[in-house]
Design a protein around this ligand. Structure first.
Ligand code: ADP
Length: 224
């Protein structure tokens, strides 16, 4: 786990160099426009805006790393898988309504307790649900988020399916690569952190294209 964290940190450092270079370049441009006289105030302001934007981007990357480190040291205990799932569904209700997404649930009855960190499991589900909502922005006709729970061997299973843009079968592993993103303003950390959480629990997180389009993510966590 430490080795893969080192790898992640390496790519984050690489990523932070970009906003830093942009900040330095924009500050230099700003200085040149100011030295040229007061009539190019518009250029001065545009350069400063870029400095602010890139600074915020670097900050966001740092907080992504911070949450990863916090995630790694969290404690495990038995918890109610079904209750934790329902709680997240309630939390995202207003977001779903705002985005015109229909939520369908299929919760297995009498599931055994899970073993792990309840908050982290909820973070993973929240992240999967948000990604699903994001992926459905481009498909206005039918937006359905399906969350289902069940049991698979000695694991508890959580499936999150959507009717969004989906991805090609060959991309399924690429999505989990740190910093991989196709979203404007995306950081590409959500899925890699989510998978790390699943693996740290002795479970797994996988993606596959949905049978009728869209995407399906499956989280497996050990039972108590
Ligand atoms: P981010 O959301 O910042 O891009 P993630 O690690 O959460 O980072 O996701 C990485 C990429 O995986 C996304 O940019 C998107 O291309 C793809 N992806 C994630 N969830 C879905 C989904 N439900 N449907 C289609 N593509 C997805």
């Amino acid at each position: 786990r430490l080795a893969s964290m080192g790898e992640l940190a390496g790519s984050i450092i690489h990523e932070i160099n970009q906003p830093l270079a942009a900040i330095a370049a924009s500050a230099a441009a700003c200085r040149r426009w100011m030295a040229a006289g007061p009539e190019r105030l518009d250029r001065v302001l545009a350069s400063l805006d870029r400095v602010v934007e890139e600074g915020q981007r670097a900050g966001a990357i740092i907080s992504g790393l911070k949450s990863l480190i916090q995630n790694v040291s969290a404690e495990s205990a038995p918890f109610d898988f079904d209750g934790a799932t329902r709680e997240v569904c309630t939390l995202i209700m207003s977001e779903l309504a705002r985005e015109n997404v229909l939520l369908e649930t299929d919760f297995a009855a009498d599931l055994p307790m899970a073993f792990g960190n309840r908050v982290q499991m909820q973070q993973v589900l929240m992240n999967l649900a948000r990604n699903a909502i994001e992926a459905m922005r481009a498909s206005p006709a039918r937006r359905v988020l399906t969350i289902s729970t069940g049991q698979q061997g000695s694991f508890l299973s959580l499936r999150v399916a959507d009717t969004g843009i989906g991805f090609a079968p060959a991309e399924a592993e690429l999505l989990f690569r740190p910093l991989y993103t196709t979203r404007q303003g995306g950081m590409g950390l959500g899925l890699s952190i989510s998978r790390r959480i699943a693996i740290a629990h002795g479970g797994s997180l996988h993606a596959e294209p949905g049978a009728g389009g869209g995407a399906v993510f499956q989280l497996l966590l050990p039972m108590e």
